[in-house]
Design a binder for this molecule. Structure first.
Ligand code: MG
Ligand code: MG
Length: 268
């Protein structure tokens, strides 16, 4: 999500509310698995979008992004140098592309919000390393999402791992609180200093979503008015989980397991 300027209220969730967010998040994870089944060279991303929308509605949810901020589709589909907020199109995917698929669901009044970057056909070793590292950055961020820590601890963990691997972190876009609104306070940057930023309290639900660039960190808005793209044209990767802050360690509400199960069977 792009950084917002107005400070809002931070809502801590009850266990009942956390369960509803978990259900919405799991539906997103299953929707991404439907995308995983059919993503391959030659497929256009509007097809992925319509399959996702149908699956969400068949399972009692509503696409969380469609119509929000006037976004026209169910999925944000961002290819190669597109970081996030790409709009689905009739352009077919090519062998070697990477595709961030970001999906939201609204169900029972609560949002889930999950992203996964897919490989299309065979990708280069360099790109696979970017994807692996971005996934590890997500895990590092989650590990820091502990009660008593601050948002800066999450950002610092993500940034350190990314930069130690020679990559850079997008700063104009952030993770966020999640609940009755898709984007709630606090903002959760993927860079920062330890011990800085809003304090993380038990029951806070946040979406952590590192966007890691192979080249420089700078981004710009694409001519289409939606996609955010890297200025240097190099690829960018994006993974997202929804977590609830607890004592000792965060609890992950969403899952990539459905996706990875499909991918594993596809590659057999
Ligand atoms: Mg998302
Ligand atoms: Mg998000």
């Amino acid at each position: 999500m792009l950084i917002w300027r107005v400070k809002k209220v931070v809502y801590l969730k009850t266990e009942e509310e956390i369960e509803l967010i978990r259900e919405s998040s799991l539906l997103v994870g299953k929707t991404l698995a439907e995308v995983a089944r059919i993503i391959e060279p030659g497929v256009n991303t509007l097809v992925l979008d319509s399959i996702a929308e149908e699956f969400i509605r068949d399972n009692g949810g509503v696409p969380g992004f469609k119509g929000l901020y006037d976004f026209p589709n169910t999925l944000c589909i961002s290819i190669n140098s597109q970081v996030v907020h790409g709009i689905p199109s009739i352009e077919p995917l090519k062998n070697g592309d990477i595709v961030s698929v970001d999906c939201g669901v609204l169900m029972n009044g609560f949002y889930g919000d999950v992203a996964y970057t897919f490989e299309v056909g065979e990708v280069s070793k360099e790109i696979r390393r970017l994807l692996d590292t971005t996934k590890q950055c997500l895990q590092a961020g989650i590990s820091a999402a502990v009660a008593g820590n601050r948002t800066g601890d999450i950002g610092n963990a993500v940034q350190k791992l990314a930069e130690d691997n020679g990559y850079s972190v997008v700063r104009e876009l952030v993770g966020h609180g999640l609940g009755k609104k898709l984007h709630e306070d606090p903002q959760v940057p993927n860079y920062g200093r330890r011990g800085q930023g809003p304090k993380l309290k038990e029951g806070l639900v946040i979406a952590i979503e590192p966007m890691i660039n192979m080249g420089k960190r700078h981004v710009r808005q694409d001519e289409d008015g939606w996609a955010i793209v890297t200025k240097d044209g190099l690829p960018s990767a994006h993974f997202e989980h929804d977590v609830v802050v607890r004592k000792g360690s965060a609890e992950i509400l969403s899952t990539h397991d459905f996706v990875e199960e499909v991918l594993k069977n596809k590659n057999k």
